[in-house]
Design a protein around this ligand. Sequence first.
Ligand code: M6R
Length: 364
Amino acid sequence: DKAGHKHFMSKEIAEQPTVLQGALSHYISPNADAVTLPESGIDFAKIERMTMVACGTAYYACMVAKYWFEQVARMPVEIDVASEFRYREPPVTAGTAALFVSQSGETADTLAALRYMKGKADTILSIVNVETSTIARESDLALPILAGAEIGVASTKAFTCQLTTLAILAIEAARARDHLTDAEVSENLSRLRALPGVINLALGIEDKCKTIARQLAEARDILFLGRGAMYPLAHEGALKLKEISYIHAEAYASGELKHGPIALVDENVPIIVMAPRDSLFEKTVSNMQEVMARGGKVLLITDKQGAAEAGDGVWDTIIMPEIDAFLAPILYAVPAQLLAYHTAIAKGTDVDQPRNLAKSVTVE
Ligand code: M6R
């Protein structure tokens, strides 16, 4: 049931405030002073490092989580795509927790990576949408993201729910490792609780995305740029666009531009820059100016202050609501989704069932 939407993907994008609300009340105590995990819990004070493994969009969620765990919990995190991890036979040292992220819980490579880590890692955690899945069953602790069934092949609400669950875990890890005081924990959790409202506000950019998408649909190649925890979002934006619009899109860390990809830039390659006004903003603006000086067409996704500071010369701007830097990656999933969705519509592709792709990749 598409609930009045033309596609499951648009229904699932629109559902995000509601499902996030559910996930937040599942994992955060009513007065926002503690993270509520199952009885068996996770003792992050005993974990020295984490290895996170997943595929596709779930891997990009891990990539964001690495920034979070390192920043707020000061915990070393290694991330890898499951298809590489499983055959590398990486050595695992004591004190390592393994975390697998999978919407379906049935992805063959992720499951194989999990089985490799059994008996090697101190504990096997998973973050899944399907609670009865194989990955959930084979984990010491499986945490549901509570996104509800996701039908569209392009993952949307599962991604934001994965991120939200990971953000909560990072805060809990920071508390357990004494990097956040009780007051800071509840400040962070309260901010998270406000997220559904901010996402709802962000859905208001849809018309703007639709207009821009008509022009993106003409492009053959598109670049996505981001810095810090926005770099994984650039990857997610590029993946979403490739999957459903079949336009070649690539993501780069903004600082890598001048190490090669800037050679691609001309007036035919739109460059989508995801950059809230944070501590790295100035650096991103200078990368943007390098691109514009070479005739590049920049679409800047930022907030009001960012737009004011970026100055002239950009092709277009999408103004996002203001948000705390820590939570920005969750919010900026919305423009990534809406731009891909409307570009696919403009191209007339099959949004929910793109060619060559399956919802769940149960073979390697
Ligand atoms: O079910 P999983 O989360 O394990 O699936 C992983 C990827 O196959 C999946 O995220 C894929 O990249 C999506 N189609 C992305 O939109």
